[in-house]
Design a protein around this ligand. Structure first.
Ligand SMILES: *[C@@H]1O[C@H](CO)[C@@H](O)[C@H](O)[C@H]1NC(C)=O
Ligand SMILES: *[C@@H]1O[C@H](CO)[C@@H](O)[C@H](O)[C@H]1NC(C)=O
Ligand SMILES: *[C@@H]1O[C@H](CO)[C@@H](O)[C@H](O)[C@H]1NC(C)=O
Ligand SMILES: *[C@@H]1O[C@H](CO)[C@@H](O)[C@H](O)[C@H]1NC(C)=O
Ligand SMILES: *[C@@H]1O[C@H](CO)[C@@H](O)[C@H](O)[C@H]1NC(C)=O
Length: 223
């Protein structure tokens, strides 16, 4: 007889009655993980003690599925995590008889962009004529966590960059992987924009962290 109770949104509490023993979920440490694409990752899964009957403690994963039927802990370990799909479905299971207990691990994988390049479509900016800035972001991921910030600085006043726009991309909500993104911004220069600097930045809005990757500044001359 086995009863698995959903105790919270994050973990499953599994209480299996097998003979006179009660089993709980295996413990995963850490329970959530932030990994840079291509970087190493490891999670330990353990049970407090060995059951008296046969059991299996192991990992369900896209990259590596270690298991044990003799130890009380088993490590999931990758030297270089390059499978974006690992972000859903990493879990440790503990099976005794017909009872299976599971603990999920929340994995967030991100990839810093190879390049963030800001350019202007026209070489010459003329007062009152609309032109376009183009921010090219190469090989960043996951797309669904991306936003782009625009900022400008006026060296005549202070050299600080001030953000004036942030673009989010609802159309990328299903992009779980790395991607290229080119973002355009229309600007109409005014006389007093002469000498200002623009900058764009790729932002990864990870749950635990906000990572910002700015471009080189672009100097503007208005004719
Ligand atoms: C995994 O966790 C268990 C229980 O805390 C501990 O005994 C074991 O040494 C850990 N294994 C590793 C490789 O850290
Ligand atoms: C744990 O992961 C499995 C497999 O992806 C999923 O079916 C299940 O809903 C997850 N449970 C929780 C509590 O997140
Ligand atoms: C510019 O930024 C510096 C450091 O962040 C800050 O100390 C300074 O007050 C800022 N200057 C202006 C004019 O905002
Ligand atoms: C992004 O663009 C580069 C070349 O500019 C290309 O090699 C790469 O495959 C592209 N990446 C994706 C995910 O489309
Ligand atoms: C852009 O302007 C800044 C501040 O006025 C200046 O220090 C820098 O040398 C300029 N860069 C280029 C490429 O002209």
């Amino acid at each position: 007889m086995a009863v698995c109770v959903f105790s919270s949104l994050v973990t499953v509490l599994c209480v299996g009655l097998y003979g006179k023993y009660t089993y709980a979920d295996p413990v995963v440490t850490p329970a959530s993980l932030l990994v840079e694409y291509g970087g190493p990752a490891e999670v330990n899964c353990s049970i407090p003690s060995k059951p008296e009957t046969g059991y299996m403690l192991g990992w369900e994963s896209k990259t590596s599925q270690p298991d044990t039927d003799t130890e009380t802990s088993v490590m999931w370990k990758v030297d270089s995590l390059t499978n974006w799909e690992e972000a859903d479905g990493l879990l440790c299971y503990f099976t005794v008889g017909s009872t299976q207990c599971e603990s999920n691990v929340t994995v967030t994988i991100y990839k810093r962009p190879d390049r963030v390049t800001l350019s202007s479509v026209s070489d010459v900016w003329v007062e009152g004529d609309q032109t376009e800035l183009r921010c090219e972001i190469e090989n960043v991921g996951p797309g669904r966590k991306l936003s782009v910030r625009w900022s400008r600085a006026d060296p005549k006043q202070s050299s600080n960059f001030t953000q004036f726009n942030e673009m989010t991309f609802p159309d990328l909500v299903n992009e779980m992987k790395n991607m290229n993104k080119t973002v355009k911004l229309q600007v109409t220069p005014r006389r007093e924009d002469d000498g200002v600097q623009y900058q764009c930045a790729a932002v990864l809005n990870l749950d635990e962290d906000l990572l910002v990757f700015p471009s080189q500044p672009l100097n503007v001359t208005v004719h």
